[in-house]
Design a protein around this ligand. Structure first.
Ligand code: SF4
Ligand code: SF4
Length: 386
């Protein structure tokens, strides 16, 4: 039987009268009921925060009604960043929460001024801008965004900037995010001290899981809390099939050292799917079977393992290009994909003149094909991109 989502239901009801959609009412209502169930919670390291295992990565959401539905469903932790949607993401979060009781939600945002001499001043400008957009005096967690190396994690300028914000009350807890899944970064954080939360990519497909999970355990023993992103391995397969997010989330939650996950749902249907998982979070046999089969397919998710770095004869930043590919073909966010490429300032037709690809990806990514499929997007005018 064909079903409709909540938004379609509301608009169709208004047009045609609810009586014509009794079976669909039943579906929408059952999800509403499910949404009101309490989501299990876990402690986030030694922060003192106790968060539902399902949180919201607001990153790609541009509909405040989805944010409202998440909040009304018992989600309390919302993750955004300075750079998401050129600041509009933080503005939307701020607008939605401006009249809400501050004790009913937690906000994380991120910033990274990049490599510059006055890095502390750069962080300060970004945090002040984030707080202004969010219309808040403080955020609960502030992450140094996308640290790439152990040197970055141990950089005293970054740590000092974050500690200063905490002492001023502008942030409650200090963290960093990393796409590189580098167990060494976790050990560097333990050694450096000061970090309370790490936002990591965590999913069933990672080929360094034993090392990563061992490092996470050391982090947890040291009082660090872990938040999981990229749980849904890019959202789809190369063949165009969507990934079952519920199975992916259950897999992530099976690791008790993951305090919460921040999937980037953008629609009511995707939220409902995440909620169904959160209300029944134990990994099931069917999930394992599904994930084992999914693992055999070519996915859109680049593990950012770095094994291809330096292999390209033109020294292209392959992991960044693969991320741009995933944003477009997995997340269906061409504007985010273009923004990622524009930031790299490489132009289009990147592999031109190169007759043989020297990049070998252990995950089987056909790198040159993916670059050819994504790089022309930099020349597409913004008005044609969603
Ligand atoms: S393209 Fe492959 S080798 Fe390169 S970072 Fe991604 S997963 Fe690793
Ligand atoms: S085909 Fe592209 S990615 Fe591969 S080596 Fe050549 S320039 Fe680099």
């Amino acid at each position: 039987m064909k079903t409709i989502n909540r938004r379609q239901f509301l608009s169709l009801s208004a047009l045609a009268g609810a009586g014509a959609f009794i079976p669909q009412i039943a579906k929408a209502s059952s999800n509403e009921v499910a949404a009101k169930k309490k989501i299990p919670t876990r402690k986030l390291g030694k922060t003192g925060l106790k968060l539902p295992i399902l949180s919201m990565g607001v990153m790609r959401a541009d509909n405040p009604a989805v944010l409202r539905a998440a909040y009304n469903s018992g989600i309390t932790f919302f993750d955004t960043a300075y750079g998401y949607q050129n600041g509009k993401n933080e503005e939307m979060v701020g607008e939605f929460f401006k009249d809400k009781d501050r004790s009913t939600f937690y906000i994380a945002t991120k910033g990274n001024p990049g490599r510059r001499d006055d890095i502390e001043a750069g962080f300060e400008e970004m945090l002040n801008t984030s707080l202004r957009r969010l219309q808040m005096d403080y955020v609960d967690i502030y992450y140094a965004h996308g640290l790439r190396s152990t040197d970055d994690v141990k950089n005293p300028k970054i740590i000092n900037a974050l500690k200063k914000f905490k002492s001023e009350g502008k942030i409650k807890h200090i963290g960093f995010s990393t796409h590189a899944n580098n167990p060494e970064q976790i050990d560097a954080a333990i050694e450096a001290g000061g970090y309370e939360v790490i936002l990591i990519s965590y999913n069933f497909k990672l080929n360094i899981l034993p090392e990563l999970e061992a490092a996470m355990q050391r982090g947890v023993d040291a009082g660090i809390g872990f938040v999981a992103m990229k749980t849904m391995v890019g959202g789809g397969t190369e063949k165009g099939s969507p990934v079952d997010g519920a199975a992916c989330l259950r897999w992530a939650w099976n690791n008790k050292n993951i305090s919460t996950a921040v999937p980037g749902f953008t629609s009511f249907d995707l939220l409902d799917n995440c909620l169904l998982a959160a209300h029944s979070p134990n990994l099931k046999g069917a999930d394992k079977k599904y994930l084992a089969a999914l693992g055999q397919e070519e996915l859109l998710y680049c593990q950012n393992c770095g094994k291809c770095v330096g292999e390209c004869s033109k020294q292209l930043p392959v992991p960044d290009l693969m991320r741009a590919y995933m944003y477009n073909y997995g997340y269906r966010q061409p504007s985010l994909s273009k923004a990622t490429l524009v930031e790299l300032s490489l132009g289009s037709d990147l592999c031109k003149g190169c007759t043989e690809c020297t990049v070998e990806c252990p995950s089987g990514f056909r790198v040159a094909e993916k670059i050819a499929a994504i790089s022309p997007i930099v020349d597409v005018p913004d008005r044609f991109l969603a």
